[in-house]
Design a protein around this ligand. Sequence first.
Ligand code: GAL
Ligand code: CA
Length: 353
Amino acid sequence: MKSFFKNNGRRFLSALLMIALTVCLVSCGTVETSDVKRLKLGVVIYDEGDLFLKEITDELIAQAKKRSKTSGEKLQITVSVRYARSKQNIQDDQVEDLIDNGCNVLAVNLVDRNDPMDIIDMAKKNNIPVIFFNRELVLQDLNRWNGLYYVGARAAQSGQIQGQECVEYLKQHPEVDRNHDGKIQYVVLRGEINHQDAIIRTDRSINTILDNGIPLDKLSYEVANWSRLQAENKMNQLLESYGNSIELVLCNNDDMALGVLDALQKRNLSRTSYPVIFGVDGAKEVLSDIKKGLIQGTVYNDGKTQADKVMDIAVRAFEGKDLRGLSMTDGKSTYVDYQKVTIDNVDQFLSLK
Ligand code: GAL
Ligand code: CA
């Protein structure tokens, strides 16, 4: 009698367990197939060594985690990143590969902003929305298909702010004109030769200074491709040629401003013979150099907000939602404002890093 109950009790228990397991499998299976939406974002970046793009990429990954979590895991966002070693054909292959691997939205930082056609064709054929960012393609290409978007910032605004910072500084510090000739001897360290930010930032910055009545004397323009190391080498050459007659260095980005400073510091020059230096981006190291008085200004390029906008568009396009709520220019482009950073407000930006 005792063993009868024992055996049947066991059977009853295992039957219960089986039922529980089946219920769980069925319900888990249901969540798996119908409730969870999987956004697979393929991110391609023109080059791995770019500091500002690293900030954007890190933020995209952080946003994916955050948004998956706040959706209660109903929307799962995964991010796959590829770097193109500054070759458009490599990037085109990477996009093909990402599409083959099931990516359903693309975020593209073009190598060559004039050559987006292969990517656009592949995206259109597979009906995959593309958010281009940071390297702006021409409007005609952006308008080739309605699944194409752009997120970036206005290059002219960054040049204008850099020029204004420089004007204010020079007005307050007449000693910058070290040789007292009434003109400011200057050099420019430029980003990539065809990049809109390099061309427009330089033009706007110089013209803003001239428009404010400050006479400039151009010594040299050097291309250093946004790179700290290349800028250090170029600055060394410039110092060989012009010695301490360089009074002002305008840099198209902060990494190059850091390279300029590396060159000056390695030569053990006295601080009084340093030129004044301006950058763009708001890199953490530059912010602390502004605080130390080694760099006089930068222009904050808000990578976090840009990544946030890329993700907003990615999610809505993936869900097939109306994008009008995102108030984009012509329904396609979003530009995030640049901000002035000098010794007067640098603390506010340091706290963001
Ligand atoms: C600029 C940025 C540079 C570099 C470049 C790459 O907007 O200021 O530091 O990242 O984009 O396209
Ligand atoms: Ca001078």
